[in-house]
Write a protein that binds this ligand. Sequence first.
Ligand code: HEM
Length: 205
Amino acid sequence: MAEKLYLYPKWVRLWHAINAILILMLIITGVNMQFSGMKVEFIRFDRAVSIHNISGMLLTANYLFFFLGNFFTPNGKYYKLTFSGMFDRLKKQFLYYTFGIFKREKAPFPVTVEKKFNPLQQFTYVVAMYVMVPIVFLTGWALLYPEFVFVKFLGGSGLKINDFLHVIIGFLLSFFMFVHIYFCTIGATFISNFKSMINGYHESH
Ligand code: HEM
């Protein structure tokens, strides 16, 4: 019988569902804007801009919910990186994903209530949630209110650097999401991690 651990409280699941929907909307409308010069338009340009802006604003509010949730509840402990020995732990997990898993070896960092993320998962979640998402919404707000952006920054145009960061980090975040979904299929069964994000319980092998 698979062991079940309650790892995803209601607020995490609610935040995650809203976050996933909003980021999908942002990716679709963002790509639509990027290719606005094309003959065939998936969403009308002005509509894509409005949906993108509103989704970005809602994402900021939802992020605040995540930030405060992690600050005030025990879920925050899973995001605290321990730097000593981190490289070795990341390497171990990487080797498991690239070789060990195909030889049916045991996972080097099994899921427990103390540590629900493996080292690679923890590292990428911290980078995505505490670096990438804030850069994307802060640069997004700066594009909405350019009067607050430094005209000159590091010898270049502040607006251009801001725009560049928004697009590049937005692209990397889209990439993260696809890789994230792929890794979520590696669970007790193909769909068990997705079920966890609905009922809150993690299923172990
Ligand atoms: C349709 C899109 C998405 C799907 C299907 C999905 C799926 C999942 C699943 C199954 C889990 C639970 C397993 C695990 O902890 O790894 C999870 C957790 C998580 N996902 Fe996603 N995800 C999506 C989008 C995103 C996006 C866009 C982000 C961030 C920008 C994100 C960030 C996270 C984080 C931080 C956790 C851990 C939450 C916690 O327990 O504290 N996800 N996701």
